[in-house]
Design a protein around this ligand. Structure first.
Ligand code: GDP
Ligand code: GDP
Length: 455
C-alpha cells in the first residue's frame, strides 16, 4: 500500500547508527588495484579479522581492529568484494555503497599514478550522497617525484589529497591523523550509569497496533510526565509509570499519543521516532496487531530493536478480536515471520479489555535479566570445549577451523568473542548461537557473537 514502506536509506542509516559495536568504523574503498588491501594491512599492522553477522546483510562483514595514537577503531576491508557478476564499475559502486553505509568515516583510495578515472568519479558521487566524512588517499606516491600526481586529485572535489605509499608506509601517519579527526570518539556506554534509576521501556510498533491504547491502559492514573517540553510534537516525552510495584520510564511517548502526521510521510516519521525511542530504551515492547497479517513493516521495526541490541518483548495485541480461524493463521504467521525473535518472551494482550496486562511486567523482567546475563569464562569454555568436541566445524580446503576459546566481552546485550584458528562458516556460528541459548538462556535478548581469526 502507498506509504507502507519506510524510506529505506534513512532507516538503514538509523539502523546502522544504532547497531554499531562499541568502536567507530572506518571503511577503505576504491577501485581494484589502487592498493586498498595494502593500505588496510599497513593500518592494522597485524592480521586479526573479526567476522560479524549483521541481520539483513547477506555478506559477512569482515573488519579488523586498528589503533593509532591511542585510539582504537575498526577497519572494514572491502578488498575481497570485487568478484561480481556485474561489470566492474557496478561491483565497485555496490561494494563501496555497502561499506560506506556501515562506516563512520571513509578513506577513499585513488591510484595517484593513474589519476582520477570515471569509476573514481562514480564513487565520489556515492560518497557525496552518503555525507560521511571522507579522507582522500592518493596512493602509490612512493617518492617526492610523484607528489605532483597527488595534487592533481584536488580535482575530485574531496578536499586535500593525502599522498601516501601504502607499500612503503610513506605518509600513512599523516593520513591516519586525518582519519582520527574524521572518526567520532568511541560512543559512550550509556547503560550502567543510571544504576538504580527506572528501567527504560520503548513501546514500538507500526501505526494503529495499539501503542497509545496500551500506554493509557497501563498508565491509569499513575502517569507522570517527566520532561514535557512545550511545543512541537517532535519533542520526546518520557513518562514514569508504576507497574507491578516498580516505577518504569516509558520513553518518547509524545509521538505515541499525538497523532499529527497521519497523512503522507507518516510512516517515515514513525520509523525515525521508533529508532530514537529504541536508542534511549533498554527494553523494547513490540506491539503486533493480531487482527492484521504480520507484515514486513513489523519485521523492520523488530530488526531495529534487534540491531540496536535491546531486550525485546513481543506483545500480540487486540487479542479480544481473535476468532478461531484468525488465531489458526496467526500462529502459523508467528512461526514463519517471527523467527528472528523466536527467543523473545511473548504476551497475548488486549489494550482494550486489559487482558493479560499483568503478564507484561514479568515478561519485561525476564527479557532484562537475559540482557544482563554474564557467563563466567570458565563455564563458557567448558561448554565450548564440549561443543567443539561433539560438533567440529566441517573441514574446508583440507583445514578444520576450530574455536580455540571464547569470552563474554560484555552485557546489555551479551556480546561474545570467539577466537578461532580459521574462518567459521555462517551456519556454524548460527549453530553455536543456538547452543549458547539452549545452555545459558538469554531469553528476550539478542546476543552478539564475533569471531576473531588469526591468519
Ligand atoms: P586493492 O585491489 O585495491 O586492494 O589493491 P592491492 O592492495 O591488492 O594492491 C594492488 C597492487 O598495487 C599490488 O601489486 C600492490 O603491491 C600495489 N601497491 C599497493 N600500494 C602501493 C604503493 O603505495 N606503491 C606501489 N608502487 N605499489 C603499491
Ligand atoms: P497506535 O497508533 O499504535 O498508538 O494505536 P492506537 O492505540 O491509537 O489504536 C489504534 C486502534 O486500535 C484504535 O481504534 C484502538 O481503539 C484500537 N485498539 C487498540 N488496542 C486494541 C485492542 O486491544 N483491541 C481492540 N479490539 N482494539 C484495539
Amino acid at each position: 500500500a502507498a506509504g507502507e514502506g519506510f524510506d529505506a536509506e534513512e532507516v538503514e542509516g538509523a539502523i546502522e547508527e544504532a547497531g554499531h559495536g562499541p568502536l567507530p568504523v572506518l571503511a577503505v574503498v576504491g577501485r581494484p588495484n589502487v592498493g586498498k588491501s595494502t593500505l588496510v594491512n599497513r593500518i592494522i599492522g597485524r592480521r586479526e579479522a573479526v567476522v560479524e553477522d549483521r541481520p539483513g546483510v547477506t555478506r559477512d562483514r569482515v573488519t579488523y581492529e586498528a589503533e593509532w595514537a591511542g585510539r582504537r577503531f575498526k577497519v572494514v576491508d572491502t578488498g575481497g568484494w570485487e568478484q561480481d557478476v556485474f561489470g566492474i564499475d557496478a561491483s565497485v559502486a555496490a561494494q563501496a555503497e555497502f561499506a560506506i553505509d556501515a562506516a563512520d568515516a571513509v578513506v577513499f583510495v585513488v591510484d595517484a599514478t593513474v589519476g582520477a578515472t570515471d569509476t573514481d568519479e562514480a564513487v565520489v558521487k556515492l560518497l557525496r550522497r552518503a555525507g560521511k566524512p571522507v579522507v582522500l588517499a592518493a596512493n602509490k606516491v612512493d617518492g617526492p617525484s610523484a607528489e605532483a600526481d597527488a595534487a592533481m586529485l584536488w580535482s575530485l572535489g574531496l578536499g586535500e589529497p593525502f599522498p601516501v605509499s601504502a607499500l612503503h608506509g610513506r605518509g600513512t601517519g599523516d593520513l591516519l591523523d586525518e582519519v582520527l579527526k574524521a572518526l567520532p570518539e568511541a560512543p559512550e556506554q550509556t547503560f550502567g550509569t543510571a544504576v538504580g534509576g527506572p528501567r527504560r521501556i520503548a513501546l514500538i510498533g507500526r501505526p494503529n497496533v495499539g501503542k497509545s491504547s496500551l500506554l493509557n491502559k497501563v498508565a491509569g492514573e499513575e502517569r507522570v510526565v517527566v520532561n514535557e517540553l512545550a511545543g512541537t510534537t517532535r519533542d520526546p516525552v518520557d513518562e514514569l509509570i508504576e507497574l507491578g510495584g516498580k516505577t518504569w520510564k516509558f520513553v518518547d511517548t509524545a509521538g505515541i499519543r499525538k497523532k499529527v502526521h497521519l497523512q503522507e510521510g507518516a510512516d517515515y516519521y514513525a520509523s525515525l521516532r521508533t529508532a530514537a525511542a529504541v536508542e534511549k530504551a533498554e527494553v523494547a515492547v513490540v506491539l503486533i496487531d493480531t487482527t492484521d497479517s504480520i507484515s514486513v513493516q513489523d519485521q523492520r521495526i523488530i530488526t531495529m530493536a534487534v540491531e540496536a541490541g535491546r531486550a525485546i518483548v513481543i506483545a500480540y495485541n487486540k487479542w479480544d478480536e481473535l476468532d478461531e480461524e484468525r488465531r489458526y493463521y496467526l500462529e502459523r504467521e508467528i512461526e514463519t515471520e517471527m523467527q528472528q525473535v523466536s527467543w523473545a518472551p511473548r504476551v497475548n494482550v488486549s489494550a482494550r479489555t486489559g487482558r493479560h496486562m499483568d503478564r507484561l511486567v514479568p515478561a519485561i523482567e525476564t527479557a532484562l535479566a537475559g540482557w544482563e546475563t554474564r557467563v563466567p569464562t570458565g563455564r563458557l569454555n567448558a561448554f565450548l570445549g564440549e561443543l567443539v568436541a561433539a560438533h567440529p566445524h566441517p573441514i574446508r580446503g583440507g583445514k578444520q577451523p576450530r574455536i580455540l576459546f571464547g569470552t563474554q566481552a560484555g552485557t546489555k546485550p551479551p556480546r561474545f568473542v570467539l577466537f578461532a584458528s580459521g574462518f567459521l562458516e555462517h551456519g556454524y556460528r548460527r549453530f553455536v548461537e543456538r547452543r549458547l541459548r539452549e545452555e545459558f538462556g538469554f531469553e528476550g535478548t539478542p546476543i552478539h557473537i564475533s569471531v576473531r581469526v588469526r591468519e
